[in-house]
Write a protein that binds this ligand. Structure first.
Ligand code: ADP
Ligand code: GN1
Ligand code: MG
Length: 397
């Protein structure tokens, strides 16, 4: 499923299974709340684990200009994950409005470099259907593509530049203007506690079969609080961060190959630069998918790490102090550990959080994270050295 262009993904007509997945009446009701013209077809889109994403098409070309839009991305926000989905939509609205202004001021094209969210007819940045589900609509960014696997250091560096620049653009955004859409999202010690509970309760009767993985995580429990301790002691400051900075959440321009736009803004909230840096590394610094079942193929690739670090520092315009630079490498280790904890917890709880399409998928995902983590631990000195201030300063913003 990688890499794909956004266009290629929608060229073929929806399959029968994809059509069945969609309730036409429900979608029609939602569309009418947004007041956009009738669509010609609709299909499921993307590989996200949480929300339901659909592509709507009117079939009259790839203009993607405001007022002449022919393609839209329609998303139902997952209500069991986001307890207040309307607050998620409000956050995304505030962030995208701010970014539109920032990009316009620097002479960029906000309709391609930022998500454009369409308000519903009642002016709210979302529509609620009769089931109580919250939906949002955005402009499909034409001529874009996204990747599930980085492939080359240059491409991964570009995604780092995009996420670094995202932080740069939002560095003066008032934190109090955002709701914490999932409290304690990257609170690794709390994630660890929840994991221990899942092991104790063993709801799905799976704990005995994964004693090795449980031990891998337990042996690293003391690492979990390294970043949270530094927040509490005032050493690290929080800023607006993306918090779900996977490679597939950057759209690239399919003509120039340059990064265009950071998407999937549901978890944009106060956080640490280290979370974004870390989440990108744990997803992208290897040559396989997140759920690769053959662990022999999974390896932390230091050259991808190095390339990403360079891109991230370049994009962020040297806003980080020395201790923050150090925290980035820790972010890679801790967010990889956290993600192993989250996947294994979900496996132990019977696959209730992440979308799965096969048995054992969450376990495979957890195992991949553990394998990557081992690679990072072995090369941690080199990982820190890449972020050495003397070296980091050589990166021209
Ligand atoms: P999820 O929460 O399911 O990950 P995303 O918002 O990341 O949802 O969207 C899933 C995929 O859909 C992305 O990886 C990207 O390929 C595509 N996509 C999402 N929004 C847009 C958009 N506005 N324009 C073009 N493609 C998009
Ligand atoms: C989820 O929705 P998606 O696939 O972009 C999850 C992230 C995880 C990621 C793992 C709200 O992101 O935190 O890192 O899966 N999002 C939420 O692939 O929990
Ligand atoms: Mg996504």
């Amino acid at each position: 499923m990688h890499p794909f262009t956004a266009e290629e993904k929608q060229e073929k007509q929806p399959t029968a299974a994809e059509k069945q997945d969609i309730q036409p009446d429900e979608i029609r009701e939602v569309i009418s709340s947004f007041g956009i013209p009738e669509y010609e077809w609709i299909r499921r889109y993307g590989n996200g684990h949480i929300n339901d994403t659909y592509l709507l098409e009117r079939g009259d070309g790839d203009r993607g200009l405001p007022g002449q839009d022919s393609r839209y991305i329609l998303q139902r926000i997952n209500r069991s994950v986001f307890v207040h989905p309307e607050e998620v939509a409000e956050n995304v609205w505030r962030i995208t409005q701010y970014l539109h202004r920032a990009v316009r001021e620097t002479g960029g094209d906000p309709f391609r470099e930022v998500l454009t969210v369409f308000p519903a007819k009642d002016g709210k940045p979302y529509a609620r259907d009769s089931n109580g589900d919250v939906w949002r609509l955005s402009l499909f960014i034409h001529g874009s593509m996204s990747y599930e696997i980085a492939g080359t250091p240059a491409l991964f560096a570009s995604s780092g530049e995009a996420f670094g620049h995202f932080q740069y653009l939002l560095k003066d955004f008032d934190l109090s203007g955002l709701t914490e859409t999932i409290p304690d999202f990257h609170n690794t010690p709390k994630r660890y506690q929840r994991f221990e509970e899942a092991v104790r309760k063993d709801m799905a009767g799976r704990a005995a079969g994964v004693s090795k993985e449980i031990e891998e995580i337990r042996s690293r429990s003391s690492v979990c609080s390294i970043l949270t301790d530094q927040i509490h002691s005032g050493l690290l400051r929080r800023s607006v961060t993306h918090n779900d900075s996977k490679l597939n959440n950057v759209l690239f321009d399919r003509e120039t190959g340059r990064p265009l736009c950071v998407i999937d803004l549901d978890t944009v909230m106060p956080g640490l630069a280290a979370y974004d840096f870390g989440d990108s590394i744990r997803f992208g610094a290897n040559h396989n998918l997140e759920d690769e079942p053959d662990l022999d193929r999974v390896e932390f690739d230091f050259s991808l790490y190095e390339a990403y670090a360079e891109g991230f520092l370049k994009g962020s315009g040297a806003i980080f102090e020395e201790r923050e630079l150090h925290s980035l490498a820790w972010g890679a280790r801790i967010i990889t550990l956290e993600q192993a904890i989250r996947f294994l917890t979900d496996y132990l709880e019977g696959d209730r959080y992440y979308r799965t399409d096969r048995e054992g998928q969450n376990l495979d995902r957890a195992r991949v994270q553990i394998k990557l983590l081992r690679g990072m631990e072995e090369q941690f000195r080199q990982m820190l050295a890449v972020l050495d201030p003397a070296r980091a300063l050589q990166v021209t913003p």
